[in-house]
Design a protein around this ligand. Structure first.
Ligand code: HGA
Length: 605
């Protein structure tokens, strides 16, 4: 989703800004741009192509300046065309970049038109630029503080004014923005990754903050206008994570990184302990009577999987809800419920809003399962479990999902122990299974050549059904999501028992049916469902545990998974579905890491 970079320095910062955009490319975007103050005037370059094209433009036009802002745009208001690309100008004095959505932009536009401002884009963003221009009286920081009071909606902005050559002003409400602290130079960015190579010291802005960066200073006021200090933290190890190495795409690299990511996420020590979730977790856990999990997309599916674990291992009632639905519906709050929010980035706008909504309803106990320690979500929740997936660049989530599952399994066992449902022998067995998981994953990854052969066939299809039962139903949902996200094949997932209640009508020889078939208590039921498909001429592609005795025959293709892996089996069964989607997309020649219309950090509603 949109990425923002800003810089004030005593050197030409165009290359820093463009490199920052390159590092934010993984978030997904459809156009990009950069503006600098050059000899007292804002100058810009914009592109509806890639950042590499923008880079060529700035070199060709010798765009140079010591103060500037840059942006990758994922259009919400107005098509992805050059005149809508940011930075947006107001009367050649103000240049502004924006991440988010201004909900009252229509009334502001009317008001500003009344003052003689001409609108040249279809963006909601343009009202902010003109508003700041109209209110400017010589102090950009003060102007932005006043102007943002009139905005409804979500924003992170960075803005420059031609009369203040060594100043960038930023503000955030609902969208992320960090300050990068340098020596004699300072930066703003949507996330710290953008500034790798320029600084490793960051201050994370709070909701409502307005910030001014100059050559030698950073000034922050909070939403009430009160001067604020935000702790400056060293955030290291961002540098090399964005290298592709020997892989063809980041998604492939990230699929193969899962054994390592899971090893790093599995807690050390011989016990599942509440302290893994933060200080005071034991007290919180002993006072709760249920869980409410809120998430979006792939993270929602990890929540759905966790519901099975939490109810079977910890015997604690668990509700899982899509964050964007929860935040707008009237629900009945239960102050004794633990609210669990799940997000790779910790900045997912809908999940953040759902968390705040839950808090406003009186939910005191909150836990984030998240991959970014410095994210808004981790800062807003009482407790946190950090996954150690490392930077995930591919838009389609892989290692973030499986490490979330590890975190949620640890939560289920920890709660089970505290509630007296997991004894020491069980605990040791769960821990041993977790520790063996990376090795088991390696043997699943070794199935890649067989999956490539299937992918060649899938690439010619336009529809696919995915079936799973019980714990593996959410995994079939995740498999269908992966396939549609990156190969653009229409895919739907069903709990296999639902087949006869509708989707069976779709089954013909043209409809491949992918089946997740672990050797669990539901295997015999699943086999019956498979027969229902075969009887209608449907072609089955089955990921079957080796001990299921499901064999390949006419119309049934089988890839053998390692032995059944008990409660952790969903983590293993996810991986071949990721590989199937990946290789199908490769065979169709899609832009695997940046699928059309999608973005990585979904920081708008
Ligand atoms: N609403 C603005 C910015 C969109 C955005 O933040 N995307 O991530 C626009 O459409 O230009």
């Amino acid at each position: 989703m949109c990425g923002i970079v800003g810089a004030v320095a005593q050197r030409n910062i165009v290359s820093v800004l463009v490199e920052g955009l390159r590092r934010l490319e993984y978030r997904g975007y459809d156009s990009c741009g950069v503006a600098v103050l050059s000899h007292g005037e804002p100058r810009r370059a914009r592109s509806v192509s890639r950042v590499s094209d923008l880079d060529a433009q700035v070199r060709d036009t010798h765009l140079e300046g010591f103060t500037g802002i840059a942006h990758t745009r994922w259009a919400t208001h107005g098509a992805p065309v050059t005149h809508n690309a940011h930075p947006i100008f107001s009367r050649d004095a103000v240049a502004l970049v924006h991440n988010g959505i201004i909900e009252n932009y229509e009334s502001l536009r009317e008001m500003l038109r009344g003052k003689g401002y001409e609108f040249v884009s279809q963006t909601d963003t343009e009202v902010i630029a003109h508003l700041i221009h109209s209110m400017y009286r010589g102090d950009l920081f003060q102007t932005v503080r006043e102007a943002v009071k009139q905005l409804h909606g979500a924003y992170a902005i960075a803005v420059i004014h031609k009369d203040q050559p060594h100043t960038v002003v930023g503000a955030r409400q609902g969208s992320p923005l960090v300050v990068g602290v340098g020596q004699g130079e300072n930066f703003l960015a949507s996330d710290a990754l953008a500034l790798a190579g320029s600084t490793d010291r960051f201050a994370f802005l709070e909701e409502g903050d307005v910030v001014e960066i100059t050559l030698d200073g950073v000034k922050i006021v909070d939403g009430e206008g009160v001067p604020a200090q935000r702790e400056v933290r060293v955030v290291a190890a961002y540098g090399g994570a964005v290298e592709l190495g020997p892989y063809r795409h980041f998604m492939q690299k990230e699929i193969f990184e899962q054994p390592r990511a899971i090893t790093d996420t599995i807690p050390q020590g011989d016990h599942f302990d509440a302290s893994l979730f933060g200080e005071g977790a034991a007290d919180v856990f002993s006072g709760i009577d249920s869980l409410l999990i809120l998430a979006c997309g792939t993270s929602y599916y990890s929540g759905l999987t966790a519901k099975y674990w939490l109810e079977s291992v910890a015997k604690i009632p668990t509700q899982v809800e899509i964050a964007s639905e929860y935040r707008y519906r009237e629900s009945v709050p239960n102050p004794k419920a633990l609210v669990v929010v799940i997000s790779q980035s910790g900045e997912t706008a809908d999940t953040l809003a759902a968390l705040k909504h839950a808090q406003s309803l009186g939910h005191k106990h909150t836990l984030a399962v998240c991959n970014v320690a410095t994210s808004a979500m981790v800062r807003l929740t009482e407790l946190a479990f950090l996954t150690h997936a490392g930077t995930e660049i591919g838009v389609a989530s892989t290692k973030a999902f499986t490490t979330q599952l590890v975190g949620l399994f640890v939560l289920a066992v920890t709660l089970g122990k505290l509630r007296g449902h997991v004894d020491a022998t069980q605990e040791a067995a769960y821990l041993a299974q977790l520790r063996h998981l990376p090795a088991a994953l390696n043997s699943v990854l070794a199935l890649e050549p067989q999956i490539i052969a299937w992918a060649e066939e899938f690439a010619r299809k336009e529809n696919a059904l995915f079936l799973g039962r019980g714990l593996h139903y959410p995994i079939s949902l995740e498999g269908a999501l992966k396939l549609k996200e990156i190969s653009y094949i229409h895919a739907e997932a069903y709990p296999a028992g639902e087949l006869k209640h509708g989707p069976l009508a779709l089954v013909t020889e043209a409809m491949p049916v992918v089946t997740v078939a672990p050797n669990d208590a539901l295997l015999e039921k699943l086999k019956s469902n498979m027969q229902e498909v075969r009887a209608r001429g449907g072609e089955l592609y089955v990921f079957a545990d080796a001990d299921t005795r499901i064999v390949s025959e006419d119309g049934i293709h089988v890839i053998r998974m390692p032995e059944h892996y008990g409660l952790l089996s969903p983590i293993l069964h996810t991986v071949p579905l990721q590989l199937l989607a990946y290789h199908t997309a490769c065979a169709r020649g899609t832009d695997v890491d940046k699928p059309r219309n999608l973005a990585k950090s979904v920081t708008v509603e």
